[in-house]
Design a protein around this ligand. Sequence first.
Ligand code: NAD
Ligand code: UFG
Length: 338
Amino acid sequence: MTTILVTGGAGYIGSHAAVELLESGYEIVVIDNLSNSSMESIKRIKEIAGKNFPFYECDLLDVECVENVFNTHKIDSVMHFAGLKAVGESVTIPLKYYQNNITGTINLCEVMIKHNIKKLVFSSSATVYGNPDKVPVEESFSLSATNPYGRTKLMIEYILQDLYFADSSWRIALLRYFNPIGAHESGKIGENPNGIPNNLMPYISQVAIGKMEKLFVFGNDYETHDGTGVRDFIHVVDLVKGHLKALEYLENHEGVEAFNLGTGKGYSVLDLVKTFEDVTSKRIPYKIVERRKGDIGVCYANPQKAEKKLGWRAEKDLNDMCKDTWNWQLNNPNGYRN
Ligand code: NAD
Ligand code: UFG
């Protein structure tokens, strides 16, 4: 039986990955410090999959705690989701981001080396492309970062590459996510932002449920079909399926490789609003305001490398993403705090 350690497994993407792993016959061990999540999501993962697994409330900054997990379980590979992800907050408190994301990853890798575990799937981000010169974005494009959060992702990618240069038995997949939205079709797990959502989809669904009065659309003067920003929205369940494919790929391939996980299609802010309205029959009032500082106009993936090498492609469309987000929001108007 293959056992996967899932760091950050109580969070939005990690919880969906945990379900997918369990349903595909893997054993899992989950660690999370619950800094941006709750025990309720762990309970829900078990409910959906109908399986139990060990959970450790453990901080990657606490090496002793991480050591203890590796001493207790025979881990084969690691999916590493744990990290802080709020772009705006990372500008205000950069050291917290460098400490948590970078030191946390270094600690994890050190313990992995000690236990001779060299297979790692890492949550990177399309943010490592900075402001791309053209779209669709390919893995070979130049990399840069425009904020401390993005720099932590970029630095971790370089750190993991250096690990492989030093020891060629490492097998590492750097998965560069585009814009994950949606939720598990059961409506039991989903994105559960604290306070006012920073990201578009959770904001829209909170307007729909009446928690926010209206959506503020950040700029309508981009060079796009309706002037609003264009992104590659990808259903979180498709995204985590890509992780399982990456895990299989690492069984037969040494080295460090980056893969775009996106659909290859770009939709604007207003396209998403309209689709959400059509699917849910809810009206989303909005107001056009100034551009958000640091935003780029258009970003979508060329996902061909993942298709060719991992045998993965996103299956779900924008309607599915809106339907599943709304199902989660309706069933859990206060997220996990019901
Ligand atoms: P999330 O905040 O829901 O999940 C991250 C989890 O990691 C949380 O449960 C948090 O409590 C935990 N965590 C944070 N620091 C930790 C530490 N030091 N030790 C142990 N646990 C810790 O975020 P998510 O959306 O599920 O994102 C998962 C990963 O994917 C992150 O690394 C994020 O940067 C990356 N990512 C997310 C997006 C996105 O739009 N959601 C896009 C690109 C990349
Ligand atoms: N937007 C609004 N109003 C809002 C929120 C967002 O108009 O209230 C717009 C933004 O201006 C942008 C689009 O919606 O045009 C998407 O914005 P998000 O904040 O949802 O997503 P981003 O593309 O800005 O960033 C996200 C994650 C980053 C990650 C990046 C690439 O937040 O961490 O995707 O994966 F790096």
